[in-house]
Design a protein around this ligand. Structure first.
Ligand SMILES: Nc1ncnc2c1ncn2[C@@H]1O[C@H](COP(=O)(O)OP(=O)(O)O)[C@@H](O)[C@H]1O
Ligand SMILES: [Mg+2]
Length: 204
């Protein structure tokens, strides 16, 4: 809750500081809740697996129930080697992000609606303060309306949702699963596209 902490230090009055203190406490409490919910899976065994195999499972799953105005394009770098992962957990993380992209594209029902699954190797990436010589970059890109402005700074916190029927858990779970893989997730808006980027170290 870095932003709330920043806000707190900038605020003039004691009452306003109390409000931000409440925000900080509640966000910490909810993050701890998600960590507890995901806790036992941490014990799971990592196995050498292929990231494209995982992404293809997600693609096929989503395609089972995809409106026909949405296309999913793949742009994989086939040279990415297998690496140690808990593939079920990564699958869940990717699925949560792709499902959000689908849900963001549905209301406008544009004929050119597109989701792109893209992989690349990335050199010298900093993940959680550590410089990684070699990492894998996975991008899940959509050409939908983008993250609502009021959610931008809290997107990855639990129970932050822009949907009337949302749980707000998808991205916070995805982030926690990626953290368990010593990775990093971020979201950017780049020329009419919403890009979720995941960086996973090849070894750690
Ligand atoms: N690709 C996307 N495009 C637009 N908004 C998004 C996208 N991904 C996530 N969001 C926004 O982030 C919110 C939080 O997502 P998530 O944590 O998965 O919870 P939920 O899907 O249950 O609302 C969504 O409700 C939505 O408003
Ligand atoms: Mg979701």
């Amino acid at each position: 809750m870095v932003l709330a902490q920043l806000l707190e230090s900038e605020l003039p009055s004691v009452e306003l500081k109390e409000f931000t203190q409440i925000i900080i406490e509640q966000a910490d409490r909810l993050s701890a809740l998600v960590n507890r919910l995901l806790g036992p899976q941490k014990i799971g065994q990592r196995k050498s697996d292929n990231v494209h195999f995982v992404l293809e499972k997600v693609r096929k799953l989503v395609c089972l129930d995809l409106p026909n105005f949405i296309n999913i394009k793949v742009d994989y770098d086939p040279s990415i080697p297998d690496f140690e992962m808990q593939s079920d957990q990564l699958q869940q993380a990717f699925l949560n992000i792709v499902q959000n992209a689908v849900q963001a594209l549905i209301p406008a029902a544009k004929a050119d609606s597109m989701i792109t699954l893209r992989t690349r190797t990335a050199h010298q990436v900093t993940i959680n303060g550590q410089q990684q010589r070699l990492a894998i970059e996975i991008k899940i890109i959509d050409n939908g309306p983008g993250i609502p402005n009021h959610l931008k700074h809290t997107l990855f916190y639990p129970m932050v949702t822009g949907k009337s029927d949302g749980t707000g858990l998808g991205l916070s779970i995805a982030q926690e699963l990626i953290k368990q893989h010593h990775g990093r997730i971020e979201c950017e808006r780049i020329s009419e596209r919403t890009e979720f980027s995941i960086y996973l170290p090849m070894t750690y």
